[in-house]
Design a protein around this ligand. Structure first.
Ligand code: FDA
Length: 391
């Protein structure tokens, strides 16, 4: 039995649902999962970091850094905040402009479903795509639903199936296959916003310790918390830098980004010269970390025993700590996929293919990757809205 619609959206995640709420009445959105918006549900520790007050093009990585500008400026964080207000969903700023629901992330899913419903969009869950073709004017999608094959004919096809991160949650990377099938390029994809690992993890004894730090690689730095784990390094600063790090490269940790540690230690030597050096350092760094570094840096004696040159050397080791990760935890735990469908082939205004009218790509599948902090959802809202408006 053939079903005919104006618009078929593949993937009822953040971007797909936003698009369905704006694409017009004759829209069908499908997802192979049992429930829509599963990543929204688990995001932000169950509270969904749904946008960022400071979201702008500078918070995104793409082979073409200008591509995201149009959608982000036409559907902004303020537009999404207005939408939340219309649905009376309370939120708060946690840190660095990151906005979270006061209550539950599922409120955002309920809101998007209500918007879709009001727009007249239909949702088919537990429905997977078997194949897709285009006859020069319409798309024909073979879908499997409730054990039966169904054909859906659509004038517009919106691909919103996300990236490869967290396959256990149904991520397939199928968007890339569809893009290639219709002649689009896909840039190199890799796990991003992901913990970094070290062979024979030297930090295992520090597991659970965290501290604010500045992490740098390839000229990019982030000042946020670093967490030592039983597998290596994690925490917001490490997740952020993972999007810029490449195998074989080093990252540099500054363990005292906000304090002039040298002046502090020198002044303290003046006042309390008999204080043990490691005791003093434990006031500024986690005790376990000081214990870990003591043999490596040869820390010994009282403050009064340390010359200016020695203090400078210690401080340099603590503020320029160069480490070479061996890898990352991969797609198993990565929050997003870096890279994706090449933006060269898409209109930045509508997300439509430049070569096949009616074909759209939105959300994480596209080569636009946000920093940690609500930016990836903002891209999903903005790109989904842009495609919905254009349809
Ligand atoms: P998304 O992955 O949301 O949706 C794709 C949909 O397509 C899914 O519903 C999937 O089931 C479906 N699908 C896939 N393949 C299919 C197929 N072959 N057939 C049918 N359906 C298919 N971002 C942020 O800004 N703030 C945050 O707090 C977080 N937190 C967070 C936590 C965790 C644990 C993860 C993994 C990720 C985040 N993110 C985040 C990132 C954010 O979740 C992500 O960028 C968006 O969900 C991307 O939205 P999309 O709609 O593009 O893909």
């Amino acid at each position: 039995m053939e079903h005919t619609v104006e618009t078929l959206i593949l993937g009822a995640g953040a971007a797909g649902m936003m698009c369905a709420a704006h694409a017009g009445r004759d829209t069908l959105i499908i997802d192979h999962a049992k429930a829509p918006g599963e990543k929204i549900r688990i995001s932000g520790g169950g509270r969904c970091n749904f946008t960022n007050l400071h979201a702008g093009p500078g918070n995104f990585i793409s082979a073409n850094p200008h591509f995201c500008k149009s959608a982000l400026s036409r559907y902004t964080q303020w537009d999404f905040i207005d939408l939340m207000a219309r649905h009376r969903i309370a939120w708060h700023e946690k840190t660095l402009g990151q906005l979270f629901c006061d209550d539950k992330a599922t409120q955002v899913i309920t809101m998007l479903l209500a918007e879709m419903d009001q727009a007249g969009a239909k949702l088919w869950l537990q429905t997977s795509l078997v194949g897709i073709s285009h006859d020069g004017s319409r798309f024909s999608a073979m879908l499997e639903r409730e054990g039966k094959l169904r054909t859906v004919s659509a004038r517009n096809l919106v691909v919103a199936t996300g990236g490869k991160s967290i396959p256990a949650m149904g991520a397939t990377g199928q968007a890339y296959d569809i893009a290639r099938q219709f002649g689009h390029e896909v840039t190199e994809t890799r796990p991003a916003l992901v913990p970094l690992t070290f062979s024979d993890n030297p930090f295992a004894p520090l597991s659970g310790s965290s501290l604010p730090a500045r992490v740098t690689t390839n000229g990019t730095s982030f000042d946020e918390a670093v967490l030592f784990t039983h597998r290596g390094l994690s925490g917001p600063a490490i997740l952020q830098i993972s999007s810029y790090w490449r195998e074989g490269q080093a990252i540099t940790l500054d363990l005292s980004p906000a304090t002039d540690l040298f002046t502090l230690l020198r002044d303290q030597r003046q006042r309390e010269g008999r204080r043990n050096l490691t005791t003093e350092l434990s006031y500024h760094l986690p005790g376990k970390l000081v214990d870990f570094l003591t043999p490596q840096l040869g820390l010994s004696g009282n403050l009064a025993d340390q010359s200016d040159a020695r203090l400078a050397q210690i401080v340099d080791s603590l503020t320029n700590w160069s480490l070479k990760p061996t890898g990352s935890e991969g797609y198993r735990t990565a929050e997003v996929t870096l890279g994706g469908i090449d933006t060269d082939g898409l209109s930045s205004r509508s997300m439509m293919s430049k070569t096949l009218p009616g074909l759209y790509f939105i959300g994480e599948a596209v080569d636009v990757t946000g920093w940690l902090g609500g930016f990836n959802f903002q891209w999903a809202w903005s790109s989904g809205w842009a495609a919905g408006q254009a349809i």
